[in-house]
Write a protein that binds this ligand. Structure first.
Ligand SMILES: [Zn+2]
Ligand SMILES: [Zn+2]
Length: 350
């Protein structure tokens, strides 16, 4: 059995002593981290060769706080960026990470909750206004193509003003294309180019009784490059499909709700049910997200090398000055998983 290794010290330093400690620690362990906003300079561009995973937004749920953006990740392959999820703050984070948004051409959305797609309209609008001339393709489960059309409609006035006033000729609908992909139990290839193969499988974020009444679905993605396999869970409870998708992956980027938060929601859900309400926000949280034990179990069953915890609950919601302790997430996951566990931070590069 491999000896457990925990990467948590750097993150503790980040929360305790701020940017100076972050930079010093980043230099010592080969990863990069930057403070967000506040005039901090953007990072240098990613390297021309190899595969990098950049955590753009690590907060769980539809929350806005100043320490973590909503869900978003970039995978950069030989200098070309691909986006997975685009929650609020993703565009700003792309700039802060040194990737930029102007030439980003491919995005994958795990599901259409707003904390995973709120910045899609901003991304596409700013690309068009910024004179992008090459297409941007957005892939995701049912509803994604309609969402891209709606994003174009959202920016209609901006388009008409600038076409009229600035003599522009290219239309957003010529550039931006949404693609609905399938949500199957077995992994299905949904994208391939010269650097990357992406497969998707349905996860367990939407309960059966909700799926019976709607066509929307939720998926996880596996991004396979020449050198790395990166799996991004999206939002999900324990999922056999996800275990199969994540088999032997180098990085398993997985959502997590920490045990105390899970139990608080469990009690609230039970109270709602006692009052005759089967569907409640608390019920949604406990039924469709992964607690520490779920994450550890999936990681162990899939045999992944490294777990990267992201879409954290509580994340940075509770307190604007003191970060929720990394150790709390890690200890729960380690009960089932013996490999490396990293607690994600915005702009962490792996
Ligand atoms: Zn979410
Ligand atoms: Zn969700």
């Amino acid at each position: 059995m491999r000896k457990a290794r925990i990467v948590g010290r750097r993150d503790v330093l980040l929360s305790v002593t701020g940017l100076a400690a972050a930079l010093a620690a980043a230099a010592s362990d080969g990863t990069r981290a930057w403070a967000q906003g506040g005039g901090a300079a953007a990072a240098p561009p990613p390297p021309a060769r190899g595969t990098q995973l950049v955590l753009l937004g690590t907060q769980g749920g539809p929350n806005v706080n100043l320490r973590r953006s909503q869900a978003s990740n970039a995978v950069i392959v030989d200098g070309r960026p691909y986006l997975v999820d685009c929650g609020y703050g993703a565009v700003r984070a792309l700039v802060a990470a040194g990737i930029g948004y102007a030439q980003l051409g491919t995005a994958f959305i795990t599901h259409l909750h707003d904390d995973h797609m709120a910045d899609v309209a901003a991304l596409l609008s700013l690309q068009w206004t910024g004179n992008k001339s090459q297409p941007t393709d957005v892939y995701g489960p049912f509803g994604t193509a309609a969402m891209v059309e709606a994003a174009i409609a959202f920016t209609k006035a901006n388009t008409e003003i600038r076409v009229t006033d600035e003599g522009r000729t290219l239309r957003p609908e010529q550039l931006f294309h949404g693609h609905d992909i399938g949500a199957e139990s077995a992994p299905v290839q949904v994208f391939k180019d010269d650097r990357l193969i992406v497969t998707a499988a349905e996860n367990t974020h939407f309960p059966d009784r909700a799926k019976a009444a709607m066509r929307y679905r939720s998926v996880a993605y596996r991004l396979q490059t020449e050198t790395r396999a990166i799996v991004i869970s999206g939002d999900t409870a324990y999922s056999k499909n996800l275990v199969a998708l994540a088999r032997n992956a180098d990085f398993f980027v997985c959502e997590i709700i920490d045990q105390p938060q899970y139990e608080t929601n469990l009690a609230a859900a039970q109270q709602a049910r006692a009052q005759g309400r089967e569907n409640s926000i608390a019920q949604h949280v406990v039924e469709t997200h992964s607690n520490n034990a779920d994450v550890g179990r999936m990681a162990a069953e899939a045999g992944v090398k490294t777990v990267v915890l992201s879409h954290l609950l509580p994340g940075s919601n509770r307190n604007s000055t003191a970060e929720y302790p990394d150790s709390s997430y890690i200890e729960g996951v380690r009960k089932a998983f013996q490999g490396q566990v990293i607690v994600g931070r915005d702009l962490m590069v792996l």
